[in-house]
Design a protein around this ligand. Sequence first.
Ligand SMILES: Cc1ncc(COP(=O)(O)O)c(C=O)c1O
Length: 427
Amino acid sequence: MTYVFDDGREAAKAMDQEDSLRGFRNRFYLKAGEIYMDGNSLGLCSRDAEQCLLEVLEEWKTLGINIWSKPKVQKFLYQDYLGALTAPLINADAEEVTVHSNTTINIHTAIGTFYEPTKTKYKILVDDLNFPTDRHAVDGQLRLKGLDPENCIQLVRSRDGKTLLEEDIIEAMTDAVALILLPSVLYRSGQLLDMERITREARRRDIVIGWDLSHSIGAVPHDFKAIDPDFAVWCSYKYLNGGPGAGAGLYINRRHFEKPSGLPGWHGNIKETQFELSHQLDKAAYAGGWQSGTQHVFSMAPLEGSLKMYSEAGVENLRKKSLRLTAYLRFLIETRLKDHGFSVGTPYDDESRGGHIALEHEDALRINEALKDAGVVPDFRYPNVIRLAPVPLYVGFEDVYELVERILDIMVNQKYENYKNKVGPVA
Ligand SMILES: Cc1ncc(COP(=O)(O)O)c(C=O)c1O
């Protein structure tokens, strides 16, 4: 889609006025004067999330052990309840989604479940731009099978260090590939892959395919009825605003419900007989069957409040606003910042970008540090990227305008020169 924007603060204010989602902002803990652009790393706390956490704490205080069975939402089944709240974001059935552990563990679980190498079909296809934990998990699973990652990884290399070509991914789907794990949105550049096309090509070749939705869930609506992947994983602390370490997501396509879990545990048993405590696992035939141990209730409760906001706002509406916000940010970068050596590493088209903009500059690290002191919360990714995520639930158009004003001030007055080219422990 082509967007037309006017320059100036008044134009930004007018867009905020017309924004039907602007009321959600007041439900978040935003600091006065601060521009929070890091919701693709850790989303902000909402009053809704806080309220749910406090309610669950109260349930523990008043109910003790009965927290599992007595509240209206039984915490014994909390993962199913939250799975059902998440499912509409990816157009999946409620039983296909569960909330469990963290993303890394869920990748181990999924690979452990779906990777069934033979002598001729044994490779796992990954890309060289994915977040490192995905690769660590894949390599670890290969070693557990006594295989050498050197021989068993089918690596798709980026040609420009920022984006992947769908053609390259498809070409790498040789007869030797047994499983594919790819990110929906690349964490550095923000490129959104054509998941439907890639999944179709994988399935045509009888290759199991799973997606890591960490950088798209809550920002980009997915249609899993159309995409039809085998599995997916995601974290809930970015766009979903579930809080630091929030229970992560796992999608298992219903055609696999009868498969054994790659990381079995007693909470994957069918609920009716779980407390018979048999040594024979009677695995539940839905995504909940991939649960291992006891659910982390306090790391799930904020997600309940947050997911209900998604039901209210509608993920399609959020995507529409998000695309407009990122297009506006690009417009301001290309107009107001044009003389200051910046470029945008995020693909231009709506269909190819997620929820953030990758602002590139040879002095990105120092500019990023200067931004923090100017009341902006961005993040830096090596070698030259400042990631800026205008999250539609709590960021407005005037925030984006003000962000670019602050960057301009740092550049015009060379304020970044006062900072060291050194990154802290959390970038
Ligand atoms: C693509 C991707 N996968 C996984 C993770 C993190 O996984 P975990 O929930 O295990 O910390 C991240 C974190 O940024 C990520 O970007």
